[in-house]
Design a protein around this ligand. Structure first.
Ligand code: SF4
Length: 275
């Protein structure tokens, strides 16, 4: 079997390592994969562990990081931590945007010119439709966060998670993002996946392991096959996509995942657009 480094170079193993910074969130979206909410257990990875994982990821040949949650900006000092992580590898950070105001926005200026993109969520150009699943005021908060980030010269990406958005709504959303200065290739539209809270509501697409990109994903509870792995439904962590409970040294979960992806064809997971 080839090394992790060779497997990433050949494309067999995706080059992005995901870090679940935490599982708590100030919102409680209806389709949340991780069942996050203000009362969810935080299950934080911790600053030092995240930095060590990033150091080891670079040594193993990973090419990029993703930081997600929960809402990562519930953690004090997140902008400074992102800055340190970006000295090791380029990264994308997923956030609902609602905490990116005032002092946090100012702290984020440290990321200007660094290889960091902040990915925020808007699910509809119609505020009421967006807020129906994401909570009151979510649309306005995200738009204001995008404006605040863009005015500070920071790169913004937008994700739309919906299995039912209409063509007209999508056109309006694209026009809005254009006005906000988000380029078309920085807007991703993907379906709701029937895991986590979406499963509780019987919403979204059923997916099998083979339909989820095998991007190594590290949480406080272990390492998973992709960021769609560590989902929480009915308060229970799903373990069907758990690779190993060991997260450090990173070579242990990376080699375990590599063993699982042997024989996969490139693009095998692309059919349902899960990303
Ligand atoms: S989908 Fe994102 S913003 Fe919504 S509750 Fe889950 S972690 Fe929070």
């Amino acid at each position: 079997m080839e090394s992790v480094n060779e497997a990433i170079a050949s494309g067999l193993l995706p080059g992005r390592l995901w870090l679940y910074a935490n599982f708590d969130c100030n919102l409680a979206c209806g389709y949340c994969l991780t069942g996050s909410s203000p009362s969810a257990a935080p299950r934080r990875l911790g600053r030092e562990v995240m930095l060590e994982l990033a150091r080891q990821a670079r040594e193993l040949g990973f090419e990029a990081l993703g930081v997600t949650g929960g809402e990562p900006f519930l953690i004090d000092g997140m902008p400074a931590l992102l800055s340190e992580l970006s000295e090791l590898l380029p990264l994308v950070v997923l956030s609902n945007g609602s905490l990116l105001v005032g002092a946090v926005l100012d702290e984020l200026e440290v990321l200007r010119g660094r290889p960091v993109r902040l990915q925020l969520s808007i699910d509809s150009a119609v505020p009421a439709e967006n807020d129906r699943l994401r909570g009151p005021g979510a649309f306005r908060a995200t738009v204001e966060a995008i404006e605040g980030l863009r005015s500070r010269g920071l790169a913004v990406r937008v994700a739309t998670t919906s299995s039912s958005i209409g063509e007209q709504d999508l056109e309006c959303l694209r026009a809005l993002l254009s006005e906000l200065g988000v380029p078309p290739d920085e807007h991703v539209v993907r379906p709701v996946v029937r895991r986590g809270r979406a499963r509780d509501h019987q919403a979204g697409l059923e997916v099998t392991r083979g339909e989820v990109p095998p991007e190594l994903t590290i949480t406080a509870d272990g390492a998973f096959w992709g960021p769609f792995g560590p989902t929480v439904s009915g308060g229970q962590l799903a373990t069907d996509l758990l690779v190993t409970p060991t997260i450090l040294p990173l070579s242990v979960p990376a080699e375990a995942l590599l063993e699982l992806v042997q024989g996969r064809l490139p693009g095998e997971d692309a059919r349902k657009g899960i990303r």
